[in-house]
Design a protein around this ligand. Sequence first.
Ligand code: TZP
Ligand code: MG
Length: 210
Amino acid sequence: MMDFDSTLYFITDSSNYEKDEFLFRVEEALKGGVTLMQLREKNRTTREYIELAQAVHEISKKYNVPLIIDDRVDVMLAADAEGVHVGAEDMPVALARKIIGPNKILGATAKKVPVAVAAYEDGADYLGVGAIYPTTTKVKTVLTSTDTLADICKAVPIKVNAIGGLNPTNLHVLKGIDIDGVCAVSAIMKADSPKKAAEELKKSFLELNK
Ligand code: TZP
Ligand code: MG
């Protein structure tokens, strides 16, 4: 797997934006210091998902930020993105690893310690753990306690990122927990300035660990 930095993991959501506005916001976020990015599309045809992935990949490459594709191994391969993220209803982690090979980044969702350990054993490179706070971005999301987040960090040697409702003002609950980074959709995507929002979120996270 290529080396990657999950400090500020920006997950996109193109709904509610024209394509040009969406791509502009993505690039602004990258200028603000995003270190890892995910294209997350739930209501696209395969053709649309691939085309958007190719467009976003052209931008992310300029900033040397790896692009992860949510849910879809085929879209990741088609766009030659750097990785894929799978959850409980997606392709199983072991199968995804088998198909994508050793050199792509494989992420998995984990809300419980046993799921986290299994994902690690099956070949995941990082875990997204949450939702820490309630979120309107993902439907029917169960919350994960910060205790469980801490337990997961202790249980696996791979990178762990917290996700769900996170913004610069509420990261303090993560203090002292050995996470590698934070994931955010709304805090960056919907901000007046995605660049400033990314800068602020990264600063808040880095200050936690001082
Ligand atoms: N998985 C758990 S919460 C979540 C996902 C994809 C959505 C996070 O979005 P936001 O807007 O940062 O709360
Ligand atoms: Mg999924």
